[in-house]
Design a protein around this ligand. Structure first.
Ligand code: LMR
Length: 334
């Protein structure tokens, strides 16, 4: 009798175990470097909710914000190794992987509006760029907006001459390096997670970012002046480990693709509003003086920075730059 009970208990345990294994969800670790309350942070959260719902819990998305798991460069390595499955790095951070073309998004004053950006990311250019990721073991799923950047420092930045000699933090993009050098500044690459500290301690004098990033990282508390120059753009490529993605059951992948499409719409819809709100909150804090360039001043900045396009032709590709300029021209931008 005792033996029978024992056998029954064992078989039950086996059944339970089998069921537990059968039901173990597929885990997607989604790592990113910004705060949750940013366009990217909210997009990641929305993707988690949609993906888990669409797959009836067969997929679990764990979102790790604020460089909790990895910093900029490490997160791409972690993705390639399969330590995380999903990221949304800024388009300025693919250069160190050997993919230079994404740096076209960093060219100063190349995008006159969100409409042109959308035509580029949603059109053939965006698709071609994603193909460059595949040989690196990465699949591109979507482009997410953050928005147009502002410049900040502890001195007013009204003309391009004001940058002379300033140490400016940049992301790891050679275009951003060229942009800062053209302004007479000394660019310094730093991971996002180290920027606040570097600004506070004077390792760098200033930087460029979107209002939502500056606000949520409290960078404005250590930057007295900010100029809404709109000279450049920050956006993201939502990427997955290719092997992981290709290995998913087809129905799961289809459900996740749909969830990503909806999360993308959401992230892009909240981006501009988030940045406007953040700029207002910075203004209200009274810690930072915000300077808005007049149209004439903007034209001067653009003129000073336009040579960067030519300089970077060899790195990014003349045809690619021309194709983006053509999209802008079709929207009436000269
Ligand atoms: C930065 O490093 O400044 C940004 O790319 C951070 C981000 O992901 O928005």
């Amino acid at each position: 009798m005792k033996l029978k009970t024992l056998l029954l208990a064992l078989s039950c345990t086996a059944i339970v175990c089998t069921n537990v294994f059968a039901q173990a969800p597929i885990v997607i670790k989604f790592s990113h470097v910004v705060a949750q309350d940013t366009p990217k942070g909210q997009g990641a959260q929305r993707f988690k909710e949609l993906a888990e719902k669409a797959t009836n819990g067969r997929v679990k998305v764990e979102v790790y914000p604020n460089s909790q798991l990895y910093k900029d460069k490490e997160e791409l390595e972690a993705l390639q190794m399969g330590a995380v499955q999903m990221l949304a790095p800024s388009l300025s951070k693919f250069g160190p992987l050997g993919i230079r073309e994404f740096e076209v998004f960093d060219l100063p004053y190349i995008f006159p509006s969100n409409a042109v950006l959308t035509r580029v990311t949603e059109g053939p250019i965006g698709k071609e760029l994603f193909k460059k990721l595949e040989p690196k073991g990465i699949t591109g799923l979507a482009y997410w907006d953050n928005g147009f950047k502002v410049m900040s420092a502890n001195k007013p930045l009204k003309t391009t001459a004001d940058f002379k000699g300033l140490k400016m933090r940049i992301q790891s993009s050679k275009v951003l390096d060229a942009q800062m050098r053209t302004l007479g500044a000394n660019p310094q690459v730093l991971p996002f997670s180290e920027v606040y500290q570097a600004l506070q301690s004077g390792v760098v004098d200033g930087g460029e970012n979107t209002p939502s990033n500056i606000y949520t990282q409290k960078m404005y508390e250590v930057q007295k002046y900010l100029t809404t120059s709109g000279h450049g753009y920050i956006g993201y490529a939502v990427v997955v480990n290719k092997k992981f993605w290709d290995g998913l059951p087809a129905d799961i992948r289809t459900a996740l693709e749909a969830a990503m499409r909806d999360a993308t719409k959401y992230a892009n819809a909240v981006a501009q509003q988030d940045n406007e709100k953040a700029l207002e909150a910075i203004r209200k804090s009274g810690k930072t003086t915000i300077y808005k360039l007049s149209d004439a001043e903007k034209a001067d900045w653009r003129k000073a920075l336009l040579p960067v396009q030519k300089q970077m032709e060899g790195r990014i590709g003349k045809d690619l730059i021309a194709a983006v300029n053509k999209e802008a021209a079709m929207q009436g931008y000269k």
